[in-house]
Design a protein around this ligand. Structure first.
Ligand code: HEM
Length: 509
C-alpha cells in the first residue's frame, strides 16, 4: 500500500539526481544518527550531485534539496507555494498556527495585519529595550569572563535574547540573565531543545508515539508553563487596555509608554474585528520563538568569529571609534549610529553566509508544480538549502575564508544569498534581528577584546575553523585534527554548535 501511494512521485522523481535508496526505507538509513551527521550527509550529497538540487527519500516521504537559484526564485516568489513542511508541526502544540506555521488565507491576512508592527518608529522603541538589556549583558559578561575564564558564549547569549524578546513581545521583563533557574526561563530553554531534539528522532517526531516516551510528561508540563505564562500576560494586558491604563505612564509593567508587539496586536483588526485570545496567543508565541532562538545563533556566531578573526575585530573597533567618538565608547549607540556602521553590516552578512541562523526552510507541495521546466509532484517536501548557498564557490570566491569585504565586491544575485529568506514569506523580523545583533556586537567590541579559548586558535590566514561545506574527504581529514574548542555544527530549525562556542573576553580600559 505504501509503495502504491508513492508510485507516481517515485516515477517522476526517479528521473532526478539523488542517492540510491532501498525499498520502503529510501535513504533513511544513510542520513546519520544526529543533526550533526545529517548536516554532513546532506552536504556530502550536495557535493556528489554537482552542487545543484537532488532528491532523497525518508521512507515514503519524498524530499528535494533545493539550492539552484532559479528554483529558489520560483518557490520563494510564489504566493501559492507557501505551505510549510511537516517539520514545523513540532512547533504546533506551542505556537499553534501563527505567522510562521499558518498557510492560505489565514497567513495572508495575518501577514498584512502584522507588517506594521515592525514599523520604523516601533523598532526605535525596541532599540531602547535592546540597549537596556545589552548593558545588563555586558555587566554579566564582566563577571563570567573574569580571571581570563574560558566560557560558552552561546549559552550566555540565549538568556540575553530571551530577555529582549519577552520585553519587546509582551512588555514584561522576566530577567532571564539573572533568574536562570526560574520555571519560565527553563521552560523556554527546554521547549526549544525539545523541538530540535525531536526533529530527527525516529519515534519522538511522531506526536502519538511521543506520548509513550519517558520525557513526555515533562514536555507537557513545559508546554503548560509556557501557555499559562503567555495567556496570563495577554489577559492582563487586555484588561489594562480596557481600563485605559496602557496609554498612561504611571510606572508598572503594563503602563509604560513603549508599545510591545502585543499592544500593536491589541489595536489591530482582521476582517474588521479584533483578534481572538487564541490568535493573540499564537502570534505572541511565534514572535517569542522565532525572535529568540534565531538571534541567539546570530549573535553567538558573530561574536565567536570575532574571537578567531582578529584583523576584522580591529577594523570593527576602528569603525566604532570613528562613529561613537573615542571619549565615551561605553555609551549606547543610537539607532542612527547603528545604521552608519557599514563595516559591522558587512561583518554580519559574512557571519550569516557561513553560519546562517536558519539553515533550511521547508515547504510542501500541496499540488503539482512545474519549476524551471521540472515537474515537482504533489506531496513533496522542498528543503531550501540556505546553508549550502554560502559555500558555493561560483558565487563566493574562497568560501572558507572569512572576508566581510567580499559583500562590497562580489554581489550575489537576489536568490544566491538569502539568510532571511526572500519574497512574500521572508523574515518579517529581519530589521529587528539585525538591529539586535548589531547593538549587542557593537557593545561587546567597545567593552571587550574578544579572544579565542586558547591563543593558538586564532585564524592565521582568514580561514574558518569549521569544516562545513568542504567535500567529505577533506572534511574528514580536517575533522581528525579538530580542537576540542572548535565548534561541532548541527542544524535543525536553527544552526547551533553542539559543543558550545567557547571564548575569552578581556575588558578594554
Ligand atoms: C538572525 C535572525 C533571524 C534569521 C536569520 C531569520 C530568518 C528567517 C527565515 C529564513 C524565515 C523564513 C522561514 C520559513 O519560511 O520557514 C523567517 C521567518 C520568520 N521570522 Fe525570522 N529570522 C531571524 C530573526 C527573527 C526575529 C527576531 C523575528 C521576530 C521578532 C522573526 C520572525 C519571523 C517570523 C514571524 C517569520 C515567519 C514569517 C512568515 O511566514 O510570514 N525572525 N525568519
Amino acid at each position: 500500500y505504501l509503495e502504491l501511494t508513492t508510485f507516481r512521485r517515485r516515477k517522476v522523481l526517479n528521473k532526478c539526481k539523488g542517492p540510491r535508496g532501498l525499498p520502503l526505507v529510501g535513504n533513511a538509513h544513510q542520513m546519520g544518527k544526529n543533526p550533526t551527521e545529517i548536516l554532513d550527509q546532506v552536504f556530502a550529497w550536495w557535493h556528489q550531485f554537482g552542487k545543484g538540487n537532488f532528491v532523497f527519500w525518508i521512507g515514503t516521504y519524498s524530499n528535494v534539496l533545493v539550492t539552484s537559484s532559479k528554483h529558489l526564485e520560483f518557490i520563494l516568489s510564489s504566493q501559492e507555494l507557501i505551505t510549510k513542511s511537516d517539520i514545523y508541526q513540532l512547533t504546533h502544540p506551542w505556537l499553534g498556527l501563527g505567522l510562521l506555521t499558518s498557510t492560505g488565507s489565514k497567513w495572508h491576512k495575518h501577514r498584512k495585519m502584522i507588517t506594521p508592527a515592525f514599523h520604523f518608529n516601533i523598532l526605535q522603541d525596541f532599540h531602547e529595550t535592546m540597549n537596556e538589556n545589552s548593558n545588563k549583558f555586558i555587566m554579566h559578561l564582566k563577571k563570567v569572563a573574569a580571571g581570563d575564564s574560558i566560557f560558552d558564549f552561546q549559552d550566555q547569549a540565549h538568556y540575553l535574547t530571551l530577555d529582549v524578546i519577552c520585553d519587546t513581545a509582551m512588555g514584561v521583563s522576566i530577567n532571564a540573565m539573572e533568574n536562570r533557574s526560574s520555571s519560565i526561563v527553563q521552560a523556554f530553554k527546554d521547549m526549544c531543545y525539545n523541538i530540535n531534539m525531536r526533529a530527527f528522532h525516529p519515534l519522538k517526531r511522531n506526536e502519538i508515539l511521543y506520548r509513550l516516551a519517558p520525557d513526555y510528561p515533562a514536555y507537557r508540563r513545559t508546554l503548560k508553563t509556557l501557555q499559562d505564562f503567555t495567556n496570563d500576560i495577554i489577559e492582563r494586558r487586555i484588561a489594562a487596555h480596557k481600563s485605559g491604563a496602557v496609554s498612561t505612564s504611571q510606572g508598572d509593567e503594563f503602563t509604560r509608554k513603549k508599545m510591545a508587539f502585543l499592544d500593536t496586536l491589541l489595536s489591530s483588526t482582521i476582517d474588521g474585528r479584533p483578534l481572538t485570545a487564541n490568535e493573540l496567543y499564537e502570534e505572541v508565541s511565534t514572535f517569542m520563538f522565532e525572535g529568540h532562538d534565531t538571534t541567539t545563533s546570530g549573535v553567538s556566531f558573530a561574536v565567536y568569529l570575532l574571537s578567531r578573526h582578529q584583523d576584522e575585530q580591529r577594523k570593527l573597533l576602528e569603525e566604532q571609534r570613528e562613529i561613537m567618538g573615542d571619549s565615551d565608547l561605553g555609551r549606547d549607540a543610537t539607532f542612527q549610529e547603528i545604521s552608519q556602521m557599514k563595516y559591522l553590516d558587512l561583518y554580519i552578512k559574512e557571519a550569516q553566509r557561513l553560519y546562517p541562523s536558519v539553515p533550511f526552510i521547508g515547504r510542501y507541495t500541496d499540488k503539482d508544480y512545474v519549476i524551471d521546466g521540472d515537474l515537482v509532484p504533489k506531496g513533496t517536501t522542498l528543503n531550501l538549502g540556505i546553508v549550502m548557498l554560502g559555500y558555493n564557490e561560483k558565487v563566493f570566491k574562497d568560501p572558507h575564508k572569512f572576508r566581510p569585504e567580499r559583500f562590497e565586491l562580489e554581489k550575489p544575485g537576489p536568490f544566491e544569498y538569502v539568510p532571511f529568506s526572500a519574497g512574500p514569506r521572508n523574515c518579517i523580523g529581519q530589521k529587528f534581528a539585525l538591529l539586535e545583533i548589531k547593538t549587542v556586537v557593537s557593545k561587546i567590541i567597545r567593552n571587550f577584546e574578544v579572544l579565542p579559548a586558547l591563543d593558538e586558535l586564532v585564524s592565521k590566514d582568514g580561514s574558518i575553523n569549521t569544516t562545513l561545506g568542504l567535500p567529505p574527504a577533506e572534511r574528514k581529514k580536517l575533522d581528525a585534527h579538530r580542537h576540542k574548542y572548535d565548534p561541532i555544527l548541527s542544524a535543525v530549525l536553527t544552526l547551533k554548535s553542539e559543543n558550545g562556542l567557547h571564548l575569552r573576553l578581556k575588558e578594554r580600559h
